[in-house]
Design a protein around this ligand. Structure first.
Ligand code: PLP
Length: 367
C-alpha cells in the first residue's frame, strides 16, 4: 500500500455534482466577480469566524499583504514574525517595503513565543504577524499581551476553524488572513483567500485596497491599492464546502490521535491530545533522526514531507537583505527534526491503520 501525503481528487469526486451545479449557476447568471456568490460566502465565513467583516481576496499571501497595507505598514517599518512559517508572511512584509524581524518559537507548539516576541519589539515595529502553524492556535493571550498596542495580524491559512474559549482563529487579532489554496482545511478549486476583521474602518480600507484603491469606481481614493479578488466560482465552491469544515477538522484530529496512540511516549511535541484549538492541518512529528524515520516510512509506502525545510532567515533571497546574523535556536532545532505524515480528511481507515502501524514499527525497531 502507498499512502500519499494528500489526494485532492477524492474531495473533488465527492463534491463533483455539487461543484458542477454551483458552476452552472454562476455561468447561467453570467456574473463572475463581486456577485451574490462572493457576498454569500463572505457573510457565511464572517459568521463562522465570529467577525463582523470578511472580504474575499485572490489568495492567502495577498490577504497578508493587504492586511499590512490596511494597517499602514510600509518602508522603514518593521514587522515581527516567525521564521518557520513557510516565508508567506515574509513575502507580504517585503512586498510592502517593510523589514521582517524574526522572533523564535515556543518549543512545545512551534508557534510564536510571547517571550521572544517581547524581546523582538523595537520602536520601529508597526505590526506582528502570528502564524497558527500546522493548525494550532498560537498562544494568543500571551501574544496580545506582549503586543500591547501594536496590531496583530493572524495568519490563519492552516487554521480554519481552530478555536479557544469559543473564539475562532482570525477573531483574536486586528485582522485574520486566510488562504483557500486547495490543500488547506477549507480549499477552493484554485487560488482564493480572505481577510476577516471586526474593525469597520479596517474593513473599509481592505475593501478599497483589494480593488486598485478605489472609493467610487475609477476614483483612486487610497494609495497602495492592488487587484486581488475572489471570483464567483471559487466563492460558490467555498460556500458549499464550509458546512463540512468542522467535521473534516474533527476527522483530521482523529487521524493525529491515532498516530499519537501508535507511538510510545514521550515523543517531543506529541504528548498532549489534540484539542479544538488545533485543526490538525498537518501531522508533524519530530525526530532527532529524521532521515532514518523518513527512509523507513518510505520503505513502508508512506509519503512524507518537511514543512518547512528552510527557515525564512536562511532563504537565499532574503539573506542579503538581513542586517546581520539572526539567532533562532528553537526554530533551527525544529527545522532539523520535523517530518510531516499523511493527514487529510479523505484518508481511508486502511490508510490510517497502515501509517500508524508503520510509525509504531519504526519507533519500536529504530535500527
Ligand atoms: C498556504 C499558506 C499561505 C499562503 O496562501 P496562498 O493562498 O498560497 O498565497 C500563507 N500562510 C500559510 C501559513 C500558509 O500555509
Amino acid at each position: 500500500m502507498r499512502v500519499p501525503l494528500n489526494d485532492l481528487q477524492r474531495a473533488c469526486h465527492r463534491d463533483g455534482d455539487a461543484i458542477a451545479a454551483a458552476m452552472a449557476r454562476v455561468v447561467a447568471r453570467g456574473r463572475v466577480l463581486f456577485g451574490p456568490e462572493t457576498a454569500a460566502f463572505e457573510a457565511a465565513f464572517a459568521a463562522y469566524c465570529g467577525t463582523s467583516h470578511c472580504l474575499g481576496v485572490g489568495n492567502g499571501t495577498d490577504a497578508l499583504e493587504l492586511a499590512l497595507r490596511a494597517l499602514g505598514v510600509g518602508p522603514g517599518d518593521e514587522v515581527v514574525t516567525v521564521a518557520n512559517g513557510g516565508f508567506y508572511a515574509t513575502t507580504a512584509i517585503l512586498a510592502v517595503g517593510a523589514r521582517p524581524r524574526f522572533a523564535d518559537i515556543d518549543p512545545g507548539t512551534l508557534t510564536l513565543s510571547p517571550v521572544a516576541l517581547a524581546g523582538a519589539l523595537t520602536p520601529r515595529t508597526r505590526a506582528i504577524i502570528v502564524t497558527h502553524l500546522y493548525g494550532r492556535l498560537a498562544d494568543m493571550d500571551g501574544v496580545l499581551d506582549a503586543a500591547g498596542t501594536i496590531p496583530v495580524i493572524e495568519d490563519c491559512a492552516q487554521a480554519h476553524g481552530a478555536q479557544r474559549r469559543g473564539r475562532r482563529a482570525g477573531a483574536f487579532g486586528a485582522i485574520g488572513c486566510f488562504s483557500f489554496y486547495p490543500t488547506k482545511n477549507l480549499g477552493a478549486l484554485g487560488d482564493a483567500g480572505a481577510v476577516v476583521t471586526s474593525d469597520a474602518a479596517l474593513a473599509d480600507r481592505l475593501g478599497a485596497l483589494r480593488q486598485y484603491g478605489w472609493g467610487d469606481k475609477y476614483v483612486v481614493a487610497r494609495a497602495g491599492g492592488r487587484n486581488s479578488r475572489m471570483d464567483e466560482i471559487q466563492a460558490a465552491v467555498l460556500t458549499l464546502r464550509l458546512p463540512a469544515l468542522d467535521d473534516a477538522n474533527a476527522r483530521r484530529r482523529a487521524i493525529i490521535a491515532r498516530y499519537h496512540a501508535a507511538v510510545p511516549a514521550p515523543v517531543p511535541d506529541w504528548a498532549s491530545p489534540v484539542g479544538l484549538d488545533d485543526v490538525a492541518h498537518l501531522a508533524v512529528v519530530r525526530s532527532p533522526d529524521r532521515a532514518r524515520l523518513a527512509a523507513a516510512l518510505a520503505r513502508a509506502g508512506v509519503d512524507t514531507a518537511i514543512h518547512y525545510p528552510v527557515p525564512d532567515h536562511h532563504q537565499p533571497a532574503l539573506r542579503p537583505l538581513l542586517a546581520g546574523p539572526v539567532s533562532l535556536p528553537v526554530t533551527e532545532q525544529a527545522t532539523a527534526q520535523i517530518l510531516t505524515l499523511p493527514c487529510f480528511p479523505e484518508m481511508t481507515e486502511d490508510e490510517v491503520v497502515h501509517v500508524a502501524a508503520a510509525l509504531a514499527d519504526v519507533w519500536v525497531h529504530p535500527a
